[in-house]
Design a protein around this ligand. Structure first.
Ligand SMILES: [Zn+2]
Length: 75
């Protein structure tokens, strides 16, 4: 027996500032346009971020937001 599982794919806008947004409070840090900065502390909430992990969390969150939007539209 074959079991198929379908995962929807959502394309996050390329201009979405995934690495500049604090995943804890949403603050957008303009200094992070410099890609050489790999770790940073949010000046608002104080959380320490690894640039790539923070971006991954933000992209996951944005994908879930887009998925919820599609689910709402289908109702
Ligand atoms: Zn923050």
């Amino acid at each position: 027996m074959l079991l198929y599982i379908y995962f929807p794919i959502f394309k996050v806008d390329r201009f979405y500032a995934s690495s500049q947004l604090c995943n804890n409070c949403g603050y957008k840090n303009p200094l992070l346009k410099d890609v050489r900065i790999r770790e940073w502390d949010c000046p608002i909430c104080g959380v320490h971020h690894d640039r790539d992990i923070n971006a991954g969390i933000n992209i996951d969150r944005e994908g879930n937001r887009l998925f919820s939007k599609v689910k709402q539209e289908k109702k």
